[in-house]
Design a protein around this ligand. Sequence first.
Ligand code: BEZ
Ligand code: FE
Length: 289
Amino acid sequence: MDPHSLTDSVLASFDLGDTRRNQVISALIRHLHDFAREVSLSHAEWRAGLQFLTDAAAITDATRNEFSLISDVLGLSSLVDLMGSAPDATPGSVLGPFHVHGAPHCPNGADLQGAQPGQATLLQVELLSTTGTPIAAEVDFWQNAANGLYAQQDPEQPPHNLRCRVLTGPDGQLRLRTVLPQPYGIPGDGPVSQLMRLAGRSCMRPAHFHLIVAAPGHRTLVTELFLQGDRYLDTDAVFGVRPALIVPAVEVSDPAEAARQGMPCPFLRVACTLHLATTSSTSEPAPAP
Ligand code: BEZ
Ligand code: FE
């Protein structure tokens, strides 16, 4: 057996009983073997790679997944998001590790800030189909707090702080009072952060809101909104930024407008429009997480 006939033997040994599965596993084997041949992978390098994965497994638990972080910093998550985004629709962006199922239902217009510190922010999102029709949708929303931490990273925050699910009306208008999210460093205690240090890469992510927008007849959109001017927009550790997802946070200092909006004065307004593709559009919809 030589390095090439070995690949053929491995390919022939797999039949997963399904055309698509067979396509995926065959391509994976071919690319893995081509990779090892291309770099003439040594035994020591192969063992180092396995050790990296072993270290990732050791630090992974129900609340912390180092494997999804590997996918994120290698750009694989973003590649899958981009391939799954419909051409005329708002692009998808990384789900990240801080989404939780079962966030509390809140009325549209809810105040997520309450008494916590942070710059008061009015988030106004218009949900339209790619043909411009307003969409009634369920929006799952989450973000980090003024100290840069998500609720599950910070015992000082209530478990569902700054996360909720909201139903919009048929006008497709989502409205939330919240705080300005903060730039955030991906976890710095695992093998991924060692790799980032070795590569001289920043572990920072620009500040962002997370949204999952689900509406009947439309492809579920898993995306993020970033703030114009954020210093980490060009170096996002997980490659999540797309131009269409960068929105301004505009200071409103007119007391009459603040009163009309039920906001303190001054406040920040983040307003944008998201376009959802219909389920009949090309390529497979991203399944809801
Ligand atoms: C985040 O959205 O916070 C995140 C995304 C990917 C990796 C780590 C964090
Ligand atoms: Fe995040």
